[in-house]
Design a protein around this ligand. Sequence first.
Ligand code: PLP
Length: 300
Amino acid sequence: MSKLTLQNSFINTIPEAIISKKSIRVDVLRLDVLHPVVSGNKWFKLKKYLAEAKKLTKKVVVTFGGAFSNHIIATAAAANYYGVKSIGIIRGEEGRTPSPTLQQAAHFGMKLFYISREDYALKKLPAPFFEHYCRDDSYLINAGGYGVPGAVGATSILSECQSGNYTHICAAVGTGTTLAGLINGVQPHQKVIGINVLKNNFSIEAEIAALLSACNRNYCIHYDYHFGGYAKYTGELIQFMNTWYQQTGIPSDFVYTGKLFYAMHHLIYNDYFPAGSNVLIIHSGGLQGNASLPGGTLIF
Ligand SMILES: *Cc1c(COP(=O)(O)O)cnc(C)c1O
């Protein structure tokens, strides 16, 4: 069973030529470098859940995800780190060869159960679960880590750098938990920008609002950069990700951060940020999910 060691995050400043000399500064907080597979925001979101499961002396944490889920692998690693057993309920049939994500999750000691898409939609615990545990033994973590403890954990992303210096803090939005954590943590002079990666995700603003602690509502979500929907992509997105990597040395994933960087590049190009802005983009990781793409799609 692997044991987790984490590297330190760092900041990359994007060269002026790439952002079209717009008299703004653009930095990227590299949370993707924390760990080769357990990267990014998921680690921050999970901390409070694991601490709570431990405090309540739960026997096992249970969560849900797909075969390439960043959340599944991060939960496996975080549970391992905190010395708590973990179970992953996986959407769909068990494949002949498990995905690299699920293999890594198993290395961290996670037990995997496969359930049908219908049962998954109902978040049904499978019968074999009850052969070992009763419901009260388990600590359930929502798919994607959505919830107040997740947002509290995500606020600590801001302590990874001198975040008070920035005018804008930008991140990809899935469940919105990370964005809510950032909104809760920023100062009044700062604005949080979210790039939504799902299509027709109309309930997201209410879901984020449910996680906000104070009256700081200084945020804005952009909906036009989903490229067809969650985990969908186009040739244009892949091309952008490859060029962005060539120009900046920053790899991205096609589900979240590729869309985030594309959106940022587009917004900057269209003078969205006033001159003098000091922009921080959160690289929330997720690179392990690129393993689901056909070989050779990406140059990194
Ligand atoms: C899960 C994830 C997100 C989205 O985070 P939410 O808190 O669900 O909005 C963003 N980036 C990456 C790489 C992720 O894995």
